[in-house]
Design a binder for this molecule. Structure first.
Ligand code: SAH
Ligand code: F3S
Length: 469
């Protein structure tokens, strides 16, 4: 059952005085979802605590993308098991992708879990918690056609107060054969642009300086009045004419908030429209950085992954972007050891990386996920050692490219938004430039939230080091 009435939520607020501790794993979308969950919990009288031992409710917002991610979460669950013995009223819940994938198996096998809630069911938390607090288990893993949490103002906890994520789509229709996301997060739907603008306005009023528009596949954002992306073909003529696609949304946001820095992630090569490049060029406040996962440099593997583009098309897209936005930074996701990947396929991945020379990337060993097409049709036949060797090779190559690319900044200046104290020194600030590269420099009399020109004096593979001018 889904709570629709805000009244019901208000009534409970006066009667509850409980603390929750929420731990997020996985992608940025999960972290953004946790802020929605925090907002729902606070509306019924729960308050956030950073101390796990003090909490009445521990929630793990989980990730299923690779087996290792799930193992980490299982370990965490075992490590907090003893807290239940100390505090008999403590409740533990799992949210997110693992909840969706494993459903009530969690309650039966793990026993320490009281609550299982999938990514589209957070509005039901007030009801589910009522069940749980009266001693019952509670599960809601229903996926939705139109849930975007558009009307819920996320509660920004663990924030630097400068940059925030704003989700614009949920789910994914791409069905890459290795990926569990379409199963755990459901079909793709877009959020009403008005609610996106309202959320950014609120952030701006609270002093935020940078937003990242977030989706599994932002390029296929399409608002035509609600509903699944795949149902757009049945929309009315008026809906079709007035639909807002991703480049229009970007344009809208950039115009509306000229002082905000705007980023977006994740782009998908097959859905990337040229208009997005021109919109980026038109607006100074849209950062010139594109995270453009490719997964492999081999056409055979791309096909087996059901990526809807070839190596050549990907490289053409990159060179078109470089032509129009010469200072655009690129990053990637890469998978190594996909079923049947030959040494030659692997070489093609390395040569694609040589052609593009990304600033940074996220590189993974293939992990078979139950239920995906790859797991049903293909044998996970690349042995662990080969996977690891290939992964090391691509990581080393990326390291080389990162060092080369970042060294080009030395002797030049780059504009940085100050975000927070450097992790390594409390005399230094850290922030990112447009290309999403971390820059560290002495604090002097500067403050978080300021945009400063930094003269770069040296670099590592991940960081530029300099001073304000
Ligand atoms: N479009 C999404 C992709 C989500 S998954 C986004 O918003 O980032 C992030 C990355 O994890 C993918 O691009 C892929 O490189 C990697 N990945 C996904 N499934 C995987 C699997 N089964 N094994 C290894 N890596 C995987
Ligand atoms: Fe996964 Fe491919 Fe979508 S990687 S999230 S199915 S674009």
């Amino acid at each position: 059952m889904i709570v629709e009435s805000k009244e019901a939520i208000k009534v409970e607020k006066t009667t509850l005085d409980k603390k929750f501790h929420l731990i997020s794993y996985g992608c940025q979308m999960n972290f953004a979802d946790s802020e929605v969950v925090a907002s729902i919990l606070e509306s019924i009288g729960y308050s956030n605590t950073n101390t796990i031992e003090n909490s009445d409710l521990i929630l793990l917002n989980t990730c299923s993308i690779r087996e290792k991610a799930e193992q980490t979460i299982r370990k965490k669950l075992s490590s907090i098991d003893h807290l239940k013995k100390k505090n008999r009223t403590l409740k533990i819940g799992v949210l997110g992708c693992m909840a969706e994938r494993l459903k009530e198996k969690f309650l039966i096998e793990e026993k320490i879990v009281d609550l299982v809630v999938g990514p589209d069911a957070y509005r039901d938390l007030p009801n589910l918690l009522k069940e749980v607090n009266s001693g019952n288990d509670a599960v809601n893993v229903l996926l939705s056609k139109d849930e975007t949490y558009g009307d819920i103002n996320p509660q920004r906890f663990n924030t630097n107060g400068i940059s925030a994520f704003v989700s614009i789509t949920r789910g994914c229709d791409n069905m890459c054969t290795f990926c569990v996301v379409p199963f755990t997060r459901g079909r793709e739907r877009s959020r009403d642009p008005k609610s996106i603008i309202n959320e950014i306005l609120d952030l701006e009023n609270r002093g935020y300086k940078e937003i990242t528009l977030l989706g599994q596949n932002v390029d296929s954002y399409l608002w035509y009045g609600g509903g699944l992306k795949k149902d757009f073909k049945n929309a009315s003529e008026i809906q079709k004419k007035t639909a807002v696609n991703f480049s229009k949304l970007l344009d809208l946001v950039a115009n509306e908030f000229p002082k905000m820095r705007i980023r977006f992630t994740t782009s998908n090569p097959q859905d990337f429209h040229d208009e997005v490049i021109f919109t980026m060029k038109k607006h100074k406040n849209i950062c010139n950085h594109i995270h453009l996962p490719v997964q492999s440099g081999s056409d055979v593997i791309l096909k087996a992954m059901n990526r809807q583009h070839s190596r050549e098309e990907y490289l053409k897209l990159i060179s078109k972007i470089k032509q129009i936005l010469p200072d655009c930074g690129f990053s990637h996701d890469m998978i190594t050891g996909f079923p049947n990947e030959t040494a030659q396929d692997h070489e093609l991945t390395l040569s694609l990386m040589e052609e593009v020379k990304y600033d940074f990337g996220f590189m993974f060993k293939y992990s078979e996920r139950p239920g995906t097409l790859a797991s049903r049709k293909l044998d996970d036949n690349i042995d662990e050692e080969t996977k690891q060797n290939r992964l090391s090779e691509i990581i080393n190559l990326q390291q080389k490219h990162s060092l080369e690319n970042l060294s080009k900044y030395v002797g030049n200046t780059t504009e940085v938004l100050i975000e927070k104290e450097s992790k390594k020194s409390n005399d230094h600030w850290a922030g990112r430039n447009e290309q999403n590269i971390m820059v560290v420099f002495p604090k002097k009399n500067l403050h978080p939230g300021e945009l400063v020109e930094i003269f770069i004096e040296s670099n590592t593979a991940t960081t530029l080091i300099g001073k304000a001018i």
